[in-house]
Design a protein around this ligand. Structure first.
Ligand code: IPM
Ligand code: MG
Length: 398
């Protein structure tokens, strides 16, 4: 192929990407309101095991949800729906990030609890299909990735609002391999896509009387897309005159998170997809690692909750899957409860997780047979939840 032909081929590719983005924008503009769970007769909670240790830890989180929602299940307000088939084997077989029948089933649920799924990359034994996570966020339009990180004794209380459907991820599997010398990827920022995530962050700050939102970009260098994100932030900020805000660049932000004197000043942070991916892993490390953090993926119609760690295939290969720590996905489960209107149950579960994992630590997981297994740990959490003095107990540790 000569240069002219390569350019023509790239143009055709780009034209299709642009058309797809225009229709995505149209769809985004059509959906303005969030589902009101209180008005639903029945809430369907989908349970997706995923790959590797996923089915093991997800089963423990499901037990805890069933325990906390036993009355609601009895009176028909809540029902669980276990969805099979979101495994790397099935996805590889069908060469689809999410097989069609699985996607249909996901859409029958209001909220989903999902175990980690394997993300292939070039050179893996699997075809290089798109990440199931990324695909689900896009397909269900789960635009707000909310990731709280708390270390009370260090004064850390952060809530990250990571944009979840755009940025470097939107076309992450749709770049152009122009020829052996040249590859291009794209990053996407839209008006509505930026508006809805930044508004979600300001809304959260305003409702919870947190007087500080920090917008993180690299708008001095990535001028079109990050520039747009920052511009939209200025527009949204005008709607919230009572919420103070500032903007930081991602590089210095990453540095300031390790600055003990400065980092406690950050409260709510809102940022484009890839920066959010990176910064939230760093942040979770202060709390005890990615294994301890939960993650909510919230859209206007659907929401999905998950652990922020991966599927740990090595643990499965070594026969240790039952010793995997379910804390992160159980944190996800507590965010699910909060999201569908069970704030009290969510708060209790958070406290039980803190007591079991950070304070009391009667039993501990080591990831091996010299520690507790996931089922024993879930049992410990449920026993802790049953303590009528749960809140006093939790407070006594602070
Ligand atoms: C996360 C993960 C995913 C991401 C991977 C598994 C695709 O790292 O949820 O942060 O990059 O978003
Ligand atoms: Mg990540």
């Amino acid at each position: 192929m000569n240069q002219k032909e390569m350019i023509e081929r790239a143009k055709t590719h780009l034209e299709k990407l642009l058309k797809d983005q225009f229709s995505r924008i149209e769809k985004m503009n059509e959906t303005k309101d969030f589902v009101d769970y209180k008005k639903l007769d029945k809430i369907v909670i989908g349970i997706v095991g995923g790959d590797g240790i996923g089915p093991f830890i997800t089963a423990e989180a499901q037990k805890i949800l069933e325990f906390l929602l036993q009355d609601e299940v009895k009176n028909g307000k809540v029902t669980f729906r276990v969805i099979e088939g979101l495994t790397i084997e099935n996805r590889a077989d069908q060469r689809k990030a999410i097989p069609d029948d699985v996607l249909e089933e996901l859409k029958q649920c209001h909220v989903i609890l999902k175990g980690p799924t394997t993300t292939p990359r070039a050179g893996d034994p699997w075809p290089n299909i798109e990440s199931a996570n990324v695909a689900m966020r896009k397909e269900l339009d789960l635009f707000a990735n909310v990731r709280p990180v708390k270390v009370p004794e260090q004064g850390i209380d952060w809530t990250f609002y990571r944009e979840n459907t755009e940025g470097a991820y939107a076309l992450g599997s749709d770049g152009i391999h122009v020829n052996d010398d040249l590859a291009l990827d794209f990053t996407v920022t839209t008006q509505e896509g930026s508006y809805r995530i930044i508004k979600a962050a300001f809304d959260y700050a305003s409702k919870n009387k947190i007087n500080k939102v920090t917008v993180v970009t690299k708008a001095n260098v990535v001028k079109a897309t990050d520039g747009k994100f920052l511009d939209v932030a200025r527009q949204v900020a005008e709607e919230y005159p009572d919420v103070e805000w500032d903007d930081w660049y991602i590089d210095i932000m990453t540095a300031k998170l390790v600055d003990e004197k400065r980092r406690t000043q950050f409260k709510v942070m809102v940022l484009p997809n890839l920066y959010g991916d990176i910064l939230t892993d760093e942040a979770a490390e202060f709390q005890g690692g990615v294994g301890t953090a939960g993650s909510a993926n919230i859209g206007k119609q659907y929401a999905m909750f998950e652990a922020i760690h991966g599927s740990a295939p090595r643990m499965v290969d070594e026969g240790r899957a039952q010793y995997a720590d379910p804390s992160s996905i159980i944190r996800g489960a507590s965010m699910l409860l909060d999201h569908i209107g069970y704030q009290e149950k969510a708060k209790n579960l958070q406290m039980a997780l803190d007591i079991c994992g950070q304070f009391e630590k009667k039993i501990a997981l080591t990831g091996r047979d010299d520690g507790a297994n996931g089922a024993e740990y879930a049992e410990y959490i449920m026993n802790t939840l049953s303590d009528p003095n749960l809140e006093e107990k939790w407070t006594s540790f602070l």
